[in-house]
Design a protein around this ligand. Structure first.
Ligand code: GLU
Length: 410
């Protein structure tokens, strides 16, 4: 997104590394990505003109295994942003005990302005440009902001054509018919829901009202799970703005239908339009940032009223905001824990691909539930032991796991 997102990722790491007295050379190794490539993608548009797009892929480190992480399509994607997101993936995978390092990629493009044909062309061109650094044992992409199973299917096909063999384990979040896993589409939000369920057993929270920022895959499904479990979602939003009803919004499906018909949640019946800024400061019990980085900053942290913040987005909270929220007594369930359900089911998908044996949805859900709940409890214990916030506790566990693998290799 912006230059300082990578700085945020580095600072979050350095602060905890310092407290843990992590050896200097390990800090240096983990402060920067192992690799970050920038590629230039000329695309013949439907109109006949050729446009050139910029793509990126960052591999943060391979100490625990192949790098893993999504590909996002967004106009603000930069090399700095994918470097930050790849670093966050390292901690997320290590925290959940997945045998991966962190990776992330993206293309600077507004996919809403492309035809389906142009989108496919661009997705395939990206894979042609980077396929040599991908592989089921090297680097394994997945969906992220504005990408989905269909795009993963095109990318897999392009990769397999280039390599001349089937390689379903090279990419996760694929369509089911190409080796995707049951439960992958809903995994980020279901994992977030499991994490929240555990949190509510340990944190006193007076009511059940929620605001959700973002209505992509994560925002939609978390709204659905919350509503199904008796929570009142008072507000949701997308990049164009938000909607609010103090008694609770209509069902998640109705909102999605409205968004599909009109391109935005705004203007939904039985609700008033609000801004994204207003949404974050609403008087609710739980706030779910499920959009992009830099949502909660020192400018609005003081005005945030939610007791629990469930970070389904990556990097939505700045360092200063974290401090303000901690001092106020709000509990931030950090991104590397709260949104780890997506990559966890990606891991299950990869395991199924490598073994060629496929699981039922119940198996996926129960394994996801176990991993999310036990990771929550481990982080909760570390938080109590060090009297720190949940982010620091999660980083402590993740950094320790990566550092151990680093040391074992030399
Ligand atoms: N893009 C998701 C994330 O940020 C999922 C990554 C994956 O499944 O590899 O965690």
């Amino acid at each position: 997104m912006t230059e300082n997102v990578f700085k945020l990722a580095q600072d979050q790491f350095e602060i905890v590394a310092e407290k843990m007295e992590l050896e200097q050379h390990i800090r240096e190794a983990l402060k920067e990505p192992e690799l970050c490539v920038e590629v230039s993608l000329p695309i013949d548009m439907d109109s006949g003109v050729t446009k050139v797009f910029k793509g990126y892929r960052s591999q943060h480190n391979h100490f625990l295994g192949p790098t893993k992480g999504g590909i996002r399509f967004h106009p603000n994607v930069t090399g700095e942003e994918v470097k930050a997101l790849a670093m966050w993936m390292t901690w997320k995978c290590a925290l959940l005990g997945l045998p991966y390092g962190g990776g992330k990629g993206g293309i600077a493009v507004d996919p809403k302005k492309l035809s389906r044909h142009e989108l496919q062309h661009l997705s395939r061109a990206y894979i042609r440009a980077i396929y040599k650094i991908l592989g089921p044992e090297i680097d394994i992409p997945a969906p992220d902001v504005n990408t989905n199973a269909e795009i993963m299917g095109w990318m897999l096909d392009e990769y397999e054509k280039l390599c001349g063999k089937h390689a379903p384990g090279v990419i996760t979040g694929k369509p089911l018919c190409l080796g995707g896993s049951l439960g992958r589409e809903t995994a980020t939000s279901l994992g977030g829901w499991f994490c929240l369920e555990e949190a509510l057993k340990n944190i006193k929270c007076k009511g059940k009202t929620v605001a959700v920022q973002g209505y992509g895959n994560a925002g939609y499904y978390i709204t659905k799970y919350l509503q199904e479990n008796g929570f009142k979602v008072l507000a949701v939003s997308d990049s164009k703005g938000g909607i609010y009803n103090k008694n609770g919004l209509p069902s998640s499906e109705k909102i999605l239908e409205h968004k599909r018909n009109t391109t935005s949640v705004i203007g939904m019946k039985n609700s008033e339009n609000i801004t994204n800024e207003e949404l974050l400061e609403l008087d609710v019990d739980i706030l779910v940032p499920a959009a992009l980085e830099n949502a909660i900053t020192k400018k609005n942290a003081d005005n945030i009223k939610a007791k629990i913040i469930l970070e389904l987005a990556n990097g939505p909270t700045t360092l200063e905001a974290d401090k303000i929220l901690f001092e106020k007594g709000s509990v931030v369930l950090p991104d590397i824990l709260a949104n780890a359900g997506g990559v966890t089911v990606s891991y299950f998908e990869w395991v199924q691909n490598l073994s060629g044996y496929y699981w039922t949805e119940d198996e996926v859900h129960s394994k996801l539930s176990q991993r999310m709940k036990s990771s929550f409890m481990e982080v909760w214990k570390i938080k109590s032991q060090f009297n720190c916030d949940m982010r620091e506790a999660a980083y402590r566990k993740a950094i320790l796991a990566v550092a151990k693998a680093f040391k074992a290799r030399r």
